[in-house]
Design a binder for this molecule. Sequence first.
Ligand code: NAI
Length: 254
Amino acid sequence: MGNLTGKVAIVTGAARGIGAEIAKRLAKDGADVAICDLKAEWCEETVKAVEAMGVKAIGIGVNVACSAEVDQCVKEVIAKLGKVDIMVNNAGITKDGLLMRMSDEDWDAVLNVNLKGTFLFTRAVSRPMMKNKDAEGNPCGGSIINIASVVGIMGNAGQANYTASKGGVIALTKTTSKELGSRAIRCNAVAPGFIQSKMTDVLPEEVKQNYMAQIPLRKFGQVSDIANAVAWLAGPESAYVTGQIISVNGGMIG
Ligand code: NAI
């Protein structure tokens, strides 16, 4: 029996990278997991890895920026897995460039996926989470965990759209915690620093070295560092924690 046995989690952007690791980590703790990404077939590898841990897994194709698809996705999860206890808003994209030259399309694309997508899933799961009851029939709500970023706190040249979206995710996290706290729904964010993944692999060596110089622990983070923080926020050990932004960044900023 793990900490999350009997719980159902949705993880977006879970085909690869941080999202895939979060899905596997929650499964290790006993949760059934809906693995969501743009295309269902991209989720197959994560679905297999999660099933191998002895829990249920389903893969769902969903664009987090599309309201109708998000609502449909949550309905499918409830139909197939019974309920939603844990929502991890992880799907995210970058379209970097200096703001003087940034196109409307690049601004909208990043805000739509990173910020609107987080809002849409939060709205869609809030009502089902309010209906969750524990064994004694008491409301037991759920845990919403948003993946923000260190640059959503400190800003970053060349990432006006991305930093604004992640700053928005941080504010949305705090508001969600205030609106839904009385219904036993907690909402927190994890703000990763520089994590080794496909998103950061593409950065030039010089940019990577600039980041390294700002990291007191002198190493880049691993996807498991983020998954561990998410698992803690999802489980009972963080029962009195809500509205918080947990920085997992090797000490980059306090
Ligand atoms: P990644 O690019 O490896 O994975 C992102 C996943 O999201 C992909 O599977 C992609 O298909 C999916 N996705 C993109 N748009 C989508 C949409 N519209 N609907 C559904 N799924 C969509 O990125 P990574 O590194 O795993 O990042 C995960 C999260 O962590 C993102 O929110 C990112 O902003 C955040 N983050 C990552 C950091 C890093 O250093 N890698 C640092 C700080 C935050």
